[in-house]
Design a binder for this molecule. Structure first.
Ligand code: OXD
Ligand code: MN
Length: 592
């Protein structure tokens, strides 16, 4: 590994600013060495070797999983920490009730005190990266400084990292600055701070994905949502998937579901056999984040800013997501999974083998709880996915035909409905609710409002964010249709009523039919619902209860839901766009 402090021939532009910042961070954190990451294979190999030597990475079975590694994180550091995540605008109102806020000066002082001298004895890595295809006008660059080689290795998979990104930073005027240290991995000394007005992130005390791989949630959502508002685009917590019909037409769909609610599964869906026989294909563009901007023709064009998947392992199996499973057979970093006796990675939902070691490296005992941590992950290059779209690297992005919102709702919410127009669609997104999952620390299974699946990720006041969404409806715009889905509706016996996974294509086919003006629907005050006959259900056995609950609108239940949505909008005071209040009132009136 080289320890050059600066690349050769820096120009007096962004690179000078970058060098100055690196020097000032080194002055604060006092590392023994500074390493500028070039993203090369040789650098990656050296990092892996070093992490194997110090036990950060354990090699997995090289016959079954060549080039793959296991990382066991600190048991107190296994998920995003929303209660320790702050969005520090100058003005508290700009952060909104959806964020934890601290005044920037106070936040800098608090976290800089933790950074003081924290890299003594360690190497400080400087990671230039690009979020999005390197030549895309929609892409944006950042630099993460970290003392964690595990973070460097993950960033190499998840972003376009190294020399090309540095060259783009040199050409451009600004880049996002992210400073990260694992510190002591002490939950009492942990903060994830964002300074949107300074395009700066500071994260201390955690090595876990969303807290430490700063290109992902911190940059590509919290900071980017703020940049997107200023620059007229959208940074969203959405998968992007291309659906090819037997005529060879591809429709791209962007879908927002909260963490651990099946975005990766939908993005990599395998069509049911009868669809495959007829020539339907599914193309994965992205599984977690979507940046969208209006093109010259008025349509929204989207890129996936990431280059890899940081997917939830439990529940990933041959039935639920064969494409993900195929992707992670080699060159993958696994975090907090269990292992079998022959040292293969294992998690609940993979198969019926019994693991030998649990995620903490203890001999597996059922009494100790799940073998793999419920938020255990795989990090893998997107290119390893068999359904990776040939257009995923397109600089101009892919045109979006439909936007889908969805959450985990055991009751009330039908399988699918279509918003009547963009304004209604924004209200549908703004009022999304879902039961919490293990992706963040805290209680699991509690219903909370998670607008556009952005509750933990919007870098500014939700009221302003909804106004920004509404602003896309302008003359000349050819906006996507907006839908809401619920794959998680349960029957009276507590079982899921919809088979989900590959069969979700039936719902996507109906949406595409609606986009093309070909599929039927029944108008209701909450939107247009398919009748049972409007969906292709050949080969699906649905009980009478399922047919009734998945395709019906419960008027009384929705009245209560709309009242609750009205209260939610009120929480944002006068900043909430009146248009959304009016839309809520219109629907409530339709239900009376
Ligand atoms: C993720 C998350 O890691 O949403 O994608 O938590
Ligand atoms: Mn996510």
């Amino acid at each position: 590994m080289n320890a050059a402090i600066a690349p050769s021939n820096p120009s007096p532009s962004s690179l000078e600013a970058l060098n100055d910042w690196v020097q000032s961070v080194a002055g604060l954190t006092r590392p023994d060495r500074i390493h500028w990451c070039d993203g090369s294979d040789a650098e990656y190999a050296a990092l892996l070797k070093q992490m194997q030597a110090d036990g950060t990475l354990l090699p997995l079975n090289a016959d079954t999983h060549p080039g793959s590694w296991l990382h066991r994180s600190h048991p107190d550091d296994v998920a995003r920490v929303e209660h320790l995540t702050f969005v520090c605008h100058e003005n508290e109102e700009d952060a909104g009730p959806n964020n934890h806020w601290m005044a920037p000066a106070e936040a800098h002082a608090k976290i800089d005190a933790l950074f003081d001298g924290c890299m003594r004895g360690r190497t400080m890595y400087v990671i230039p990266y690009c979020m999005g295809p390197i030549d895309s006008p929609l892409a944006r660059c950042g630099v993460e400084i970290t003392d964690s080689p595990y973070v460097v290795a993950n960033m190499r998979i998840m972003t376009r990292m190294g020399a090309d990104a540095l060259a783009r930073i040199e050409r451009e005027e600004s880049f996002v600055r992210g400073l990260h240290s694992i510190g002591e991995l002490d939950p009492e000394r942990r903060y994830i701070m964002h300074f949107p007005e300074e395009l700066t992130i500071k994260s201390y005390g955690s090595g876990y994905g969303g807290n430490a791989l700063l290109g992902k949630k911190c940059h590509a959502l919290r900071i980017a949502s703020h940049q997107a508002r200023n620059e007229g685009w959208l940074a969203e917590h959405m998968l992007i998937v291309g659906i090819e019909n037997p005529q060879g037409e591809v429709h791209y769909i962007a879908a927002a579901f909260p963490s651990a609610c099946g975005k990766t599964n939908l993005a990599m869906l395998i069509p049911p056999e009868s669809y495959r026989e007829r020539g339907w294909k599914v193309w994965t563009v992205g599984d977690d984040i979507c940046w969208m901007r209006p093109g010259a023709d008025g349509r929204l064009y989207a890129i996936n800013p990431e280059a890899g998947y940081f997917g939830v392992a439990p529940g990933t199996g041959a039935n639920s997501n064969p494409n993900a499973l195929a992707s992670i057979q080699r060159d993958t970093i696994f975090t907090n999974v269990a292992t079998t006796a022959d040292n293969q990675p294992w998690w609940e939902g993979l198969d019926d083998r019994v693991p030998a070691k649990d995620w903490q490296g203890r001999d597996y005992k059922a009494d100790n709880g799940p073998a793999a941590h419920p938020n255990s992950r795989f990090t893998v290059s997107a290119k390893q996915c068999p359904s990776y779209s040939p257009h995923a690297e397109a600089a101009q992005g892919v045109p979006i035909s439909a936007i889908v919102f969805g959450g985990r709702r055991a009751s009330l919410v039908p399988l699918v409905f279509e918003a009547r127009d963009w304004t209604h669609g924004v209200l549908v997104g703004a009022s999304m609710g879902s039961e919490t999952t293990a992706a963040a620390t805290g209680q699991v299974g509690v219903m909370r409002r998670d607008p556009m699946a952005m509750k933990p990720f919007c870098g500014y006041n939700f009221a302003d964010y909804f106004a920004h969404w509404l602003s896309f409806d302008k003359p000349g715009a050819k906006l996507p249709k907006v839908f809401h889905v619920n794959w998680f509706r349960k029957g009276d016996g507590g079982k899921f009523l919809w088979p989900g996974f590959g069969d979700n294509l039936r719902v996507l086919e109906w949406m595409i039919g609606r986009v093309k003006g070909e599929a039927g629907a029944v108008d209701t005050p909450i939107g247009a619902l398919p009748a049972v006959a409007d969906l292709n259900l050949d080969g699906v056995e649905l009980s009478d209860e399922a047919k009734e609950k998945l395709f019906a609108m419960d008027r009384q239940g929705w009245r209560e839901e709309l009242v609750s949505i009205g209260r939610y909008l009120e929480d944002y005071g006068t900043r909430m766009p009146r248009t959304l209040h009016a839309e809520q009132a219109r629907i409530l009136q339709g239900l009376s």
